[in-house]
Design a binder for this molecule. Structure first.
Ligand code: NAD
Ligand code: TYD
Length: 349
């Protein structure tokens, strides 16, 4: 194996797709997946590759600076793809400190450990920081987020991600640390924890539970299939220009309520329910505080410069996603037992 690559947060939703892609596509790389296994981390996501000869899992917490230093010294990582984060906006509203600790301090710990290991010898080294379009704030009815759009984060989650992006850039500017950053739109797909809109609503439809639509339901998000995000990360890791930022998105905007109606239609068909049955579960509830109205990514740069574009339409990706959740009841039942019930009560009662 000619390279050792650290992927943080690899037991989570997006991270598990990135780990799978790299383990399978690059047998010449040793892939080290470092994850604290918080409520969102789940090794069941990686059952198919857990015994691969080029794969190692390490349970560790990125907020532990000493542990990060010693792991970097032990494994001599050539590159880092950093996805570990607290990732859910609603949780950031009730517990912002967890987001500041992991997303800001944890990222700084990884940067320090990389600097200490690489000691200015940056030949074929790379720190790849995975970020979100939410750092740009909220759009009105028109326009798109460009890589040059000024940061204007509105939630504790997006503010902590924005802070971590700034720190990564500062290490590049100040110490010459080689980095790339990508800012991606909302992901959906297999293995997403059912606290985010799409898997939460699939699970509730399956169980005939109310679908809690925040506010007027006319908030807009730009949705990308997770496997396409993992493909984009592969492209940027190997072909992206150091020090650059790339926006990733599918030019696929949906008002929440329109997306929910499509989801209900597809679920009716797949569950053999009468047309309109699942939509009866739609329930308007109190809005999220500080709710960003609209996100929309302009992904022209990554398409023109690196040739990446999404491989599936939203209708196809959504259908694959629903089929996966319906076929993986055991996975859903595991992750929705225990702590999830308490969270659900607190968030939606
Ligand atoms: P996720 O919540 O599903 O997974 C996060 C993973 O990080 C989990 O496995 C968790 O155990 C791990 N983790 C959390 N705190 C940790 C810590 N202190 N130390 C080590 N590991 C820790 O998140 P996701 O949706 O897969 O997002 C992954 C990354 O992509 C995040 O950085 C997020 O900001 C970014 N992102 C997400 C989306 C999206 O729509 N989900 C969109 C754009 C960018
Ligand atoms: P979410 O999946 O939490 O992603 P983000 O807030 O990071 O974009 O939410 C997507 C959209 O769906 C957002 O506008 C909030 C809305 N939403 C609901 O209406 N009800 C819900 O129960 C959840 C979780 C989200």
């Amino acid at each position: 194996m000619n390279k050792t690559l650290l992927i943080t947060g690899g037991a989570g939703f997006i991270g598990s797709h990135v780990v799978r892609l790299f383990v399978n596509k690059y047998p010449e790389y040793h892939i080290v997946n470092l994850d604290a296994l918080t409520y969102a981390g789940n090794l069941e996501n990686l059952k198919d590759i857990e015994n691969a000869p080029n794969y190692t899992f390490i349970k560790a917490d990125i907020t532990d600076a000493e542990a990060m230093n010693s792991l970097f010294q032990q494994y001599k990582f050539d590159g880092v793809i950093h996805l570990a984060a607290e990732s859910h906006v609603d949780r950031s509203i009730t517990d912002p400190n967890a987001f500041i600790n992991t997303n800001v301090m944890g990222t700084a710990n990884l940067l320090n450990a990389a600097r200490e290991l690489w000691k200015g010898n940056y030949d074929s080294k790379l720190f790849y920081h995975v970020s979100t379009d939410e750092v740009y704030g909220s759009l009105g009815d028109t326009g798109f987020f460009l890589e040059t759009t000024p940061y204007d984060p509105q939630s504790p989650y997006s503010a902590s991600k924005a802070a971590s992006d700034h720190i990564v850039r500062a290490y590049g500017n100040t110490y010459g640390l080689p980095f790339v950053i990508t800012n991606c739109s909302n992901n959906y797909g297999q293995n997403q924890f059912p606290e985010k809109l799409i898997p939460l609503f699939i699970n509730n439809i399956r169980n005939n539970k109310p679908l809690p639509v925040y506010g007027d339901g006319k908030y807009t998000r730009d949705w990308l299939y997770v496997v396409d995000h993992a493909r984009a990360i592969d492209t940027v890791y190997h072909n992206g220009k150091q020090g650059e930022t790339y926006n990733i998105g599918g030019f696929n905007e949906w008002q929440n309520i329109e997306l929910i109606k499509l989801l209900c239609e597809q679920m009716d068909k797949k569950l053999g329910r009468a047309e309109g049955e699942s939509a009866k579960l739609i329930t308007y509830v109190k809005d999220r505080p500080g709710h960003d109205r609209r996100y929309a990514i302009d992904a022209t740069k990554i398409k023109n410069e690196l040739g990446w574009e999404p491989s599936v339409t939203f209708e196809e990706g959504l259908s694959i996603t629903i089929d996966w959740y319906l076929a993986n009841e055991e996975w859903l039942n595991h992750v929705t037992s225990g702590e999830y019930q308490k969270y659900y009560q607190k968030q939606y009662s």
